[in-house]
Design a protein around this ligand. Structure first.
Ligand SMILES: *[C@@H]1O[C@H](CO)[C@@H](O)[C@H](O)[C@H]1NC(C)=O
Ligand SMILES: *[C@@H]1O[C@H](CO)[C@@H](O)[C@H](O)[C@H]1NC(C)=O
Length: 213
């Protein structure tokens, strides 16, 4: 048996996208008169492919459930040597290193590496004055995943008691919202959001008028 030769070309191309958006991961090759097998994989994916194209069609059985209904590879483009992968509803967890491997008759492998960077906005605070005095603050973490934690801190870094968080999936990204009602003197409030999987943390601060409101 002949050992397959792997050719990795240069350093990975970096592609950036905002969470919830659509991205195209580039992968080109000199076309031949037959379709290659194309394996789009992600280095930290434990099981399945991001996309597998073989025997002239997409093999959905081998696709990771994380990418079902979110990927697209154009067979028309493949004819001209373009195996670029389109991913929609990009999630923060999609960030990482992707490999596009082309293979003809199992004997020639070419790999293109693409790094996907997913930009996630910091938490957004909105302020709603209450009729009876005081404020309700709402903090929203868009695209931070459904397990993101939101906490409010007062100017001394003490946790403020807040409502139960609300979770949603607007614009194709998991979003968490949380509210806190302020009736006492606390004129600088911080909203801190933390991702459950990586512990990545971001904060947004807001300055309120001096007490009494
Ligand atoms: C490959 O196809 C993608 C998606 O159809 C397109 O955006 C991209 O420009 C193409 N790349 C080349 C090198 O033709
Ligand atoms: C996140 O923080 C928790 C609690 O401090 C810790 O147990 C866990 O290992 C951290 N995870 C990562 C990915 O750093």
């Amino acid at each position: 048996m002949v050992q397959a030769e792997s050719l990795v070309h240069g350093s990975p191309e970096k592609v950036c996208v905002s969470g919830g958006g659509v991205v195209i991961l580039p992968c080109s090759f000199p076309p031949k008169d037959v379709f290659p097998t194309v394996e789009w994989s992600k280095t930290d994916l434990k099981k399945g492919f991001v996309l597998l194209f073989r025997d002239n069609r997409e093999d959905l059985v081998e696709q990771s459930p994380l990418y079902v209904s979110r990927t697209n590879l154009s067979v028309e483009d493949l004819k001209s040597g373009n195996a670029s992968l389109r991913i929609s509803n990009v999630q923060p967890a999609d960030a990482g290193m992707y490999h596009c491997m082309r293979m003809w008759n199992n004997d020639q492998q070419n790999i293109t590496k693409v790094e996907l960077v997913v930009a996630v906005p910091g938490p957004k605070i909105s302020v709603m004055p209450l009729k009876e005095g005081g404020f309700t603050l709402e903090c929203e973490a868009t695209c931070w995943g459904s397990d993101a934690k939101i906490n409010f801190l007062d100017e001394n870094g003490k946790n403020l008691t807040a409502d139960y968080p609300k979770k949603g999936y607007p614009r194709g990204c998991f979003t968490v919202q949380r509210r806190v009602t302020l009736q006492e003197a606390s004129n600088r409030v911080t909203c801190r959001v933390q991702r459950a999987d990586t512990n990545e943390t971001r904060e947004t601060k807001i300055q309120l008028p001096d007490f009494p409101y």
